[in-house]
Design a binder for this molecule. Sequence first.
Ligand SMILES: CC(C)(COP(=O)(O)OP(=O)(O)OC[C@H]1O[C@@H](n2cnc3c(N)ncnc32)[C@H](O)[C@@H]1OP(=O)(O)O)[C@@H](O)C(=O)NCCC(=O)NCCS
Length: 176
Amino acid sequence: MQTLETDRLTLRPFTSEDADFVLDLYSRMEVQRFLGAVPKLMKDLDEANALIQAWARLDDGTCGIWAVQDRETGDLAGTLLLKSIPASGPERKPSGDIEIGWHFHPDSWGRGYAPEAAAAVLQHAFKQGLPRVVVVIDPANTSSRRVCEKIGVVPQGSTDRYYNTVLELFTAENPG
Ligand SMILES: CC(C)(COP(=O)(O)OP(=O)(O)OC[C@H]1O[C@@H](n2cnc3c(N)ncnc32)[C@H](O)[C@@H]1OP(=O)(O)O)[C@@H](O)C(=O)NCCC(=O)NCCS
């Protein structure tokens, strides 16, 4: 997986040493409340380690899950995801689309880290030749909608195409 750099951030693969951070992040309701139809809080380090291992398997040189690190402090700030998005339906088959997503620790909110990191991953996705990237957000997730506006993804209205629920869809087309 390629390490990506922005002005303030380094995006690099997660390792088992990040398990405490992953648990801290995904055990918080303020982080989980818009993720999934029924938010599920992470309970222990075993779950965090299993997730880090599952994420490593998603790395195909284009898609992957990045740990976002503040370069000045070395602190982890959040997760940036570029991955296949499941279609609605009982089997959650791949939809054929690739989604970008962001999950940041509340200690790192309010600094513009999410759009900075997401813009770098979008650029990476297009450089690798992906024709299109989608974003889906819970309609009540106003902070995430602001991130969408900042990175210039285009609102396409509501969709029930993914995750067996109704979400707001945004898309970005490869400018190349
Ligand atoms: C969605 C989420 C990443 C948004 O985080 P956030 O910190 O509110 O968003 P940003 O990183 O864009 O930071 C926003 C603020 O930082 C401030 N800021 C401070 N310094 C800044 C800088 N150097 N550059 C840009 N903005 C800066 C801005 O004032 C901005 O406020 P504004 O949006 O009113 O203009 C965060 O709420 C989150 O992780 N939520 C939980 C997971 C989630 O729901 N993910 C989305 C699933 S689709």
